[in-house]
Ligand binder design. Structure first.
Ligand code: SF4
Length: 228
């Protein structure tokens, strides 16, 4: 097993001091990656990386980055940084994909930002291990989701992520029942030393039974310094 950093205590889903204390919502920006094609959603996409994640996956390549002090930006400030690609977004049906860590930690911000660029496509990368209310709000704000399921085996999940599955299953069922399946992309990895192809197949079958149709199975490629 790869060496795991200290876990975030149960119940504390954001490792950073909240900045949305009644004032204008702000987003903890770590970085932007422009001109991504068909990786993070349809069309030309800018990946917006934000800080904070409730999980502590053993092979996470962003773990130390997620705990760095971010730049807190307002909706107007993020628009200023991303609008340079407005024409690409409009022409290709693209937009922004919010990822980095857990995108659904910043919903107040998206509500404000969405008002400034209603025509852009918004995609959220999420592990869905967040309270149900967050998923309900996100379903009204985002056009698509990329869901990092990992595994539906609760023992393997906790061993790999450092956290119980919690509301993951009920959140998956909620989206399966309420959201367009064509706009839900689910990722089920083969995780060296944690699961195997049989577990991948079981997870995929359970997701298909829930009604999901876009399920991607793939192997994690582990960096040398992260190998057990
Ligand atoms: S869910 Fe993603 S960002 Fe969060 S710890 Fe796991 S791999 Fe890292």
């Amino acid at each position: 097993m790869g060496e795991r950093e200290e876990r975030i205590p149960e119940g504390e889903i954001h490792p950073l001091r909240p900045q949305n204390d009644g004032g204008e919502p702000r987003y903890p920006l770590l970085g932007l990656s422009r001109h991504r094609m068909e990786i993070d959603g349809e069309g030309v996409t800018t990946l917006v990386a934000g800080a904070g994640c409730p999980l502590c996956c053993a092979y996470c390549i962003n773990k130390s980055v997620l705990r760095q002090a971010p730049t807190w930006v307002t909706a107007a400030e993020l628009l200023e940084k991303t609008r340079v690609d407005d024409l690409y977004f409009q022409a290709t049906g693209g937009g922004l994909c919010f990822g980095g860590g857990e995108s659904l930690l910043h919903l107040d911000f998206y509500g404000a930002f969405r008002l400034l660029c209603p025509d852009w496509r918004f995609t959220a990368e999420t592990c869905l291990n967040v309270p149900r209310e967050a998923v309900v709000r996100a379903a009204a704000l985002f056009d698509a989701f990329i869901i990092d399921v990992k595994t539906l085996d609760p023992v393997i999940y906790e061993r790999y992520t450092g956290r119980e599955q919690g509301p993951l299953l009920e959140n998956l069922r909620y989206l399966a029942d309420t959201f367009d399946p064509a706009r839900l992309h689910l990722r089920v990895p083969l995780i060296p030393d944690y699961n195997d192809e049989a577990d991948q197949a079981e997870t995929e079958a359970a997701l298909q039974e829930m009604g999901f149709t876009h399920i991607e199975r793939f192997p994690y490629l582990i960096r040398e310094d992260k190998q057990p």
